[in-house]
Design a protein around this ligand. Structure first.
Ligand code: UDP
Length: 341
């Protein structure tokens, strides 16, 4: 399938091909394939000449994210909750387990589903990969580091984390940590080819802004475009490092296709750290909005700083982010103006 070059998908394909990384002809199962990162990954894989089986139960993923892929003969969609067993007959080369709710507002409302997706769900997905002799890629998260000790920011993969096991974020943080332990167990007990990416805050077109699904970037953009108050939590001095979606997808696919990455866990994120207040001001300026910036209580256990050490990704995957925050925000703002996609 071909897509307009503007989206950045063609650039990802060219960049992988230039380094001799290929996924052509492979059959890839993606759980959570109708989600934000999942659907971008499905589309990029199709452009690389792979066959994609996308599995999603639309817990937080959207049919709209994948409806344009459904006419592609290399794309198959199965509606299914991965925390329940399923048999896949088509021979698989790679299984990517991406299914999970990820927005902090969802932690409050659906903590059990989140725990299930990253424990029972990963167990089912690993079992499928094992049966097919397929490679396994898990999308883990920067949240495994919790609220990192400031001495370990930028945070390397070797940092073991500072996570509150009984706090409001634990359903996600601890579930992802358990997911990583599942991957390590299947690797050591069954000798599987496994890879894990720790994803740092990623944004771009197709990201949900609505209700409990909205993360900070789409929320601020929607608020600014509507000239509503931009809601900064706390005093806005907490930091995040924002990665544009095509950079994230390229990192994930480099990890999936680089031979020497078997068994590795790699941070994929932009290493430019920003305060949330700076983000609010930037979104206000780029949208030309008349919104006020308002301050609200900081959620419990909200990490104070988050920034990846990406030296491993640079070394192992020859990956580094290409899209700066201003450029990525402008692309996202444009997409939101024309319908969110
Ligand atoms: N945040 C904010 N206003 C909002 C939503 C989020 O100030 O309307 C803050 C939130 O408290 C956190 C940061 O933005 O410090 C990133 O939040 P997000 O929900 O994107 O995910 P997180 O990185 O916390 O998992």
């Amino acid at each position: 399938m071909d897509r307009d070059t503007d989206s950045g998908i063609i650039d990802i394909c060219n960049s992988l091909k230039k380094d001799g990384l290929t996924l052509e002809g492979m059959t890839v199962l993606i759980t959570g394939g109708a989600g934000f990162i999942g659907s971008w990954t499905c589309e990029t894989l199709l452009n690389l000449g792979a066959r994609v089986i996308c599995l999603d139960n639309f817990a937080s993923g959207l049919k709209d994210n994948i409806s344009h892929l459904e006419s592609d003969e290399d794309f198959t969609f199965i509606k299914h909750d991965i925390s329940k067993p399923i048999r896949i007959d088509k021979k698989l080369d790679i299984v990517m387990h991406m299914a999970s709710r990820a927005s902090p507002f969802e932690f409050d409302k659906f903590p059990i589903q989140i725990l299930k997706a990253n424990t029972l769900g990963i167990w089912v997905a690993l079992g499928i990969a094992k049966k097919h002799g397929a490679k396994f890629l898990y999308t883990s998260t920067s949240e495994v580091y919790g609220d990192p000790d400031q001495r370990f920011v930028p945070t390397p993969e070797t940092y073991n984390g500072n996570v509150n096991p009984v706090g409001p974020r634990s359903c996600y943080d601890e579930a992802k940590r358990a997911g990583e332990a599942f991957v390590m167990a299947y690797r050591s007990q069954h000798g599987m080819d496994t890879r894990m990416v720790r994803i740092f805050n990623t944004y771009g077109p197709k990201m949900r802004a609505d209700d409990i699904y909205g993360r900070v970037v789409p929320r601020f953009i929607e608020q600014a475009l509507n000239n509503d108050p931009i809601t900064v939590f706390g005093d806005g001095t907490q930091t995040r490092s924002f990665t544009y979606i095509t950079d994230q997808v390229e990192g994930i696919l480099r990890l999936a296709s680089t031979d020497k990455a078997s068994g590795e866990v790699v941070n994929i994120g932009n290493d430019k750290e920003r305060t949330i207040l700076d983000l609010a001001l930037m979104v206000k300026e780029l949208t030309g909005s008349s919104s006020d910036i308002t301050f609200h209580p900081l959620p419990v256990d909200d990490p104070k700083r988050r920034c990846p050490d990406i030296s491993k990704a640079k070394r192992l995957l020859k990956w580094q982010p290409k899209v700066g925050l201003k450029e990525g925000l402008l692309k996202t703002i444009n997409a939101f103006k024309t319908g969110g996609m």
